[in-house]
Design a binder for this molecule. Sequence first.
Ligand SMILES: Nc1ncnc2c1ncn2[C@@H]1O[C@H](COP(=O)(O)OP(=O)(O)OP(=O)(O)O)[C@@H](O)[C@H]1O
Ligand SMILES: [Mg+2]
Length: 267
Amino acid sequence: MIVVDELVVEYVTQTGEHVRAVDGVSFTLHPGEKVGLIGPNGCGKTTLARCLNALILPSSGRVEVDGIDTRDETRRLELRQRVGMVFQNPDNQLVAATVEREIAFGLENLGVPWEQMQRLVDEALRQFDLERYRKHPPHLLSGGEKQRLALAAVSAMRPHYLILDEPTSLLDPVSREEIVESVLRFAASAADPGREHNPPGVVLITQFPEEVLALDRVLVMHRGRLIADDSPKGIFSRVDRLREIGLEPPVEFLAEAIWREGPSVHD
Ligand SMILES: Nc1ncnc2c1ncn2[C@@H]1O[C@H](COP(=O)(O)OP(=O)(O)OP(=O)(O)O)[C@@H](O)[C@H]1O
Ligand SMILES: [Mg+2]
């Protein structure tokens, strides 16, 4: 379980000004739970995400992952194995000469034995639909394929939690859908009977509300605070509140809201 308790993160700018990027956020993420995190630009989503694997430490409050406090330097490696991160731009994350080497890279660092590594690489290539690119250099892949590769490489390490910070924002609509589908498929396949690992918890940060519809819960941030934590339906049925902070619900919900008001037969 991830526990975020009264988390505050303050940045000090070059001019010495204090910016409170995260301002007293508390929530828990249970193993296997899939959560969306939305909110306007600059509301603190990336800062919060980076706190989950100790890339940023709390100014005050606490972040704990399966009982490991992110401040505990002695368990940092273990923490980073548990919490896999994928960022907006896969180019910053891809380092190897071929697609299969890219997936193997993290596993080698973990000291995974060769045979098991081959099996995990094959499985990741299959799960993220990259088998045909096995020997290709990553930089020749399309944006969507690169992002699937970044996901495959992180997922192969079997993290307990996958934190995805706007993994789709640079992609076209079709690739965006593929990314979200492949994450959900990976998480579901991990739950298949006979698998040796449990489905990962997922935190998906996105500026596209329709991408969180299939998730278990949605967190909404505004000016460093968590202002809502509810089911997608609960979040998006409050159209006015979303619009107040500059967010648009997915069109499905607008259609539903209009329908509930009924046709204006009076005039
Ligand atoms: N290194 C930094 N130094 C000073 N201020 C920062 C730093 N990083 C982020 N901030 C500020 O902290 C706030 C939160 O930034 P953050 O990147 O977490 O927001 P975000 O919700 O991820 O935004 P976006 O949707 O644009 O990705 C913003 O006001 C930002 O300007
Ligand atoms: Mg961000």
